[in-house]
Design a binder for this molecule. Structure first.
Ligand code: NAD
Ligand code: MG
Length: 391
């Protein structure tokens, strides 16, 4: 069996740690060839000691300098250290890499994912913001380079599994009537509108079922995560938004479903543990052990379903509006949301302000720019919108 050489982008985060756990479980099948982080020097150092990757990259310059001296002091300088944004792109494009795991959060993942897709890698995609901001461009780039996209966002991985082993992302699946994205509803599912608007960062990052990084946890609380996932599903599966529905399912056991033309609905179920979708994509088209616990059918009493409440959580409507308005709107939606989530986490604005400003950002900026023809255009729009809201 050939060993797959993995480039892990965002190695110190939640997706990164789950991926490292799986690599450690299967040293005969996977090698951590390279890894990146933003500024977590301690996390990166532990990872270099444990996995001895060929290359690592720190996005943050000062953190890169600190890591450099620590690697030397500990006799680990055999691992090549790259620093900065170009380093991330080089890591992802390295000819020895087979598979790139895209676990960077936010627009920061866009260029390295682009680098991986343009060089024809297998891309295990967690970074949904890349497709939200440049979906059409990614579809074209993957077609040019023959890159294979394997979704590891749990909902999209569930749909991918339901579509069967012959399915290839970015093509419209045959005989499908609709896709059903499940959503937990987040920590504020049953809260009043007033309580939601004044929720604190501590309350927002406490997800009922999943342990995740802070940004996606806040996105789950606003349901912006599902909104971004709707746009992600639209591009990944080449399905119109009108044929993608969102169902609230508080237990997070069904990860999503596909309804076929004959009325059959297939679902993928499992414990809410990201190691399942990551293991599925790492081993695809085979399967490997993940150490994820089995579902306990004697304790699992019920699976509930609800219709999303668009009044208390308007994010899904924003996403549908953005998709109907063209590619610039999705970039504005994402940029405004990223800025507002960062401000909310710093205690700089109320939870309710995220909804207000995202809506404002869509109406202020969506019609202001021409359709982007390349990644430079996407980044320029992102930068302009971001600077307007980052007070
Ligand atoms: P996280 O905050 O736990 O980790 C983010 C990683 O990205 C870290 O390694 C960090 O060093 C790196 N990073 C942060 N800012 C960076 C920058 N400016 N430049 C370069 N690297 C940077 O986030 P996460 O929860 O692991 O989420 C990562 C991505 O995966 C997000 O796009 C998220 O939507 C998606 N995702 C996560 C989960 C989950 O369970 N955590 C599930 C589905 C999808
Ligand atoms: Mg998800």
């Amino acid at each position: 069996m050939t060993v797959k050489r993995i480039c892990l982008l965002g190695a110190t985060g939640s997706i990164g740690k789950s991926t490292l756990d799986l690599i450690a479980q299967h040293p005969d099948q996977f090698e951590l060839f390279s890894a990146s982080a933003n500024s977590d020097v301690e996390g990166m150092l532990r990872l270099v000691q444990a996995f001895k990757p060929t290359q690592v990259c720190m996005r943050d310059e000062a953190a890169g300098q600190r890591l450099s001296s620590q690697l030397k002091a500990l006799g680990l300088a055999k691992t090549e250290l790259l620093i900065g944004g170009q380093g991330l792109n080089n890591l992802a494009a390295h000819p020895s890499v087979d598979t790139v795991v895209a676990g960077i959060v936010g627009i920061a993942g866009l260029l390295p994912v682009w680098s991986a897709v343009s060089t024809g890698k297998s891309v295990l995609l967690a970074n949904k913001e890349a497709l939200v901001c440049a979906g059409e461009l990614f579809v074209q780039a993957a077609k040019r380079s023959d890159a294979r996209i394997l979704p590891i966002d749990s909902e999209h991985n569930a749909i991918f599994q339901c579509l069967g082993p012959a399915y290839r992302c970015f093509t419209r699946p045959a005989s499908v009537r609709r896709l059903l994205l499940t959503a937990s509803g987040g920590p504020f599912r049953q809260w009043s509108p007033e309580a939601i608007r004044s929720a604190t960062p501590e309350q927002a990052v406490k997800h009922p079922n999943w342990v995740m990084g802070p940004k996606i946890s806040v996105d789950s609380a606003t349901m912006m995560n599902k909104a971004l996932e709707l746009i992600e599903a639209h591009w990944l599966f080449a399905m119109p938004a009108a044929e993608i529905e969102v169902v609230i399912h508080p237990q997070s056991i069904i990860h999503s479903m596909v309804e076929f033309q004959d009325g059959s609905t297939l679902a993928q179920l499992g414990a809410p543990d990201m190691r399942t979708p990551i293991a599925h994509a790492m081993a695809w088209p085979h399967r490997i052990q993940s150490s994820v616990e089995s579902l306990n059918w004697s304790q699992l009493r019920e699976l509930q379903f609800e219709v999303p409440d668009n009044k208390r959580f308007p994010s899904l409507e924003f996403a549908r509006h953005a998709l109907a308005s063209g590619p610039v709107a999705s970039i504005c939606l994402n940029a405004t949301n990223e800025v507002m989530v960062a401000r909310f986490l710093k205690g700089d604005c109320a939870f309710g302000a995220i909804f207000d400003q995202v809506e404002e950002g869509l109406s202020r900026f969506a019609g202001r720019f021409p359709i982007p023809t390349g990644l430079d255009d996407v980044m320029a729009i992102d930068t302009e919108v971001r600077s307007f809201y980052a007070h």
